[in-house]
Design a protein around this ligand. Sequence first.
Ligand code: KPL
Length: 310
Amino acid sequence: MKIVIVGPGAMGSLLGSFFSKSKEEVWLLDKNNDRASRINAGGISIEGVSGEWQVKARSTVNAKEIGEADLVIICVKSYDTREAALAAKPAIGAKTRVLTLQNGIGNVEVISEVVGAEKVIGGVTNLGATLIEPGKVRHAGKGETIIGRIDGKITAELRSIREVFIKSGLETRISKDIKGALWSKLIINAGINALTAITRLNNGRLVEFDGTRKILREAVAEATKVAKRKRIKLIYDDPLAKVEAVCEATAANVSSMLADVLRKKRTEIDYINGVVVRQGQELGIPVPINSVLVDLVRTIEASYSREVKR
Ligand code: KPL
């Protein structure tokens, strides 16, 4: 299968490496020329739970070089989704499918606007990946990937994508209710990401302190209320128990939002807790804790240059 990964960050590079190792034709589509050249020259090195290994990689900033792909996987930050889908367009033909494996809610809709809903597949992954430097990734955790179409149809293309993931060593299943899976992941991210970014703690620490435990509980309860009112069917029964279990299972992780804050980068707050706030307000559901989390993370983002230095 000819696979284009848009966004060679931690997750994009990890996925590309697994597909390359399994002899799929992999292209990385980047917007950064230097990084693309570096990856072309040095390949991608992986360390962590799958051991230490390396693959060669083909990276470009120009999708016209690639030709028509079978699968495009969007792995960029949610605020870059439209730009990523537009950049990949020259590689998207009538038979190409475009899969999003990003955090947050709203990516399926944005990609659908650019390439047409018929081509889009939603997805969530519990794989853990941390970028050490461009082309160097720590595979921090194994985990299931769930893919599915918004219309719930299980098509031949969807099945062959799942087969390629499984053949490459990535545990994957198809869901007829990908919206439920996306909201289930959103609730986990809403409970963990902003709190870790504000406190600068690893995921596991959030359940060790009374203060963070209490805020996590409230943030999850609000997000769950919004999901329930929207009649979203979550893939777990007890959201709080699930989020706390993810904290324990990923205890040593630096969440993606904390990683952004540590690098003084824009975060995905608007696509995570921001979604809970906007949809809660539309539905008349009080969301004070998520609002405070959004305001604090936005303040952190806006004030990187004004931090007090000791
Ligand atoms: O998805 C994650 C993230 O960091 O974005 C979690 C599940 C919180 C793991 O770190």
